[in-house]
Design a protein around this ligand. Structure first.
Ligand SMILES: NC(=O)C1=CN([C@@H]2O[C@H](COP(=O)(O)OP(=O)(O)OC[C@H]3O[C@@H](n4cnc5c(N)ncnc54)[C@H](O)[C@@H]3O)[C@@H](O)[C@H]2O)C=CC1
Ligand SMILES: O=C(O)[C@@H]1CCC=N1
Length: 278
């Protein structure tokens, strides 16, 4: 939204990805305000993207229309407590990126009536490919939500989700880049076992994963209108020649408990998200 001043409290991995992704997407970043603990990372990020850094979180809240909270979940309650007076006085729209903290919990920590949007992006925001969930609290207007969709839409896809579904979403998209990277790392190491140098193996696997994800997206986009798009299982069948190499590998993955390991990773993530919020 042109002219909107967006403050980011915290300039770590996630805010860095959003701010760099927005800058790379051509978003006007001169209205971005940044702070961090100690200030150094906020100043460096601000300089990199042509934004401004603030001396304090109070100054940032006083000057922003939207305040994105990009600190760790365990830091957030203390931060909201410290910001109670400026938040009550200036009433910016507040966006929390924190895992675990439900809208009800956030609303209980902020001054009464604070407009809060909960967002769960992922690290691919840095290259404009985040999958971000959004949930809006009761006082949030359609225009407020549209402003957050506009910011997060600049760095990937967005979906509005019920707050209760956030723990599952974290397992599917917030944390899952690390699961996919674990797969890429393991397959690339196997490639080294097969005699291919590590850097080349990583490049090869990365393109294979990217191509597969693009194939699935194209399938959904182009076939949705005409009928039932092919599912991941359909595409697995399309790669598996009878008696061929792929089915041998897929059956070996199944025997080793690959699907079970993935479901366990999801369940552990959901459980940890719930623990963080309790
Ligand atoms: N890293 C990721 O892939 C994702 C992270 N998130 C959420 O984003 C939030 C931030 O996570 P990361 O960026 O990974 O953490 P991080 O540790 O990389 O960054 C945290 C930032 O907060 C700053 N900070 C701490 N206390 C502060 C204070 N009082 N005032 C101003 N700045 C302060 C630190 O200086 C640092 O820049 C978390 O709530 C996390 O749940 C959500 C989705 C994905
Ligand atoms: O690990 C975490 O808690 C954060 C939330 C989702 C991704 N990183």
């Amino acid at each position: 939204m042109p002219g909107l001043r967006i403050g980011f409290i915290g300039a770590g991995s996630m805010v860095g990805a959003i701010v760099r992704g927005a800058a790379a997407a051509g978003r006007e970043t001169s209205g971005f305000l940044l702070t961090s603990a100690g200030g150094a990372s906020a100043r460096a990020l601000a300089q990199e993207v042509g934004a401004a850094s603030c001396q304090s979180n109070d100054e940032l809240v006083a000057n922003a229309d939207m305040v994105v909270l990009g600190v760790k979940p365990y830091t957030l309650p203390g931060l909201l407590d410290e910001l109670a007076v400026p938040l009550a006085e200036h009433s910016p729209l507040v966006v929390s990126l924190a895992a675990g903290l439900s809208l009800a919990r956030l609303e209980g920590l902020a001054p009464s009536g604070t407009r809060i949007v909960r967002a769960m992006p992922n690290i691919a925001a840095g290259v404009g490919q985040s999958m971000t969930a959004l949930a809006a609290g009761a006082p949030v207007s359609p225009e407020d939500l549209a402003a957050v969709e506009d910011l997060m839409g600049a760095v990937g896809r967005t979906v509005v989700l019920a707050d209760k579904d956030f723990p599952a979403f974290v397992g599917l998209a917030g944390s899952s880049p690390a699961f996919v990277l674990t797969f890429i790392d393991a397959l690339a190491r196997a490639g080294v076992l097969g005699g291919i140098p590590r850097a080349q193996a990583v490049e090869i696997v990365t393109q294979a994963v990217l191509g597969t994800a693009r194939l699935l997206q194209a399938e959904a986009d182009s076939n949705a209108a005409q009928g039932r798009p092919r599912t991941p299982a359909d595409l697995i069948d399309a790669v598996c020649s009878p008696g061929g190499t792929t089915v041998a590998g897929v059956v070996a993955l199944q025997r080793a408990g690959f699907s079970d390991a993935v479901v366990r990773a999801f369940e552990a993530t959901v459980a940890r998200d719930r623990e963080l919020g309790s």
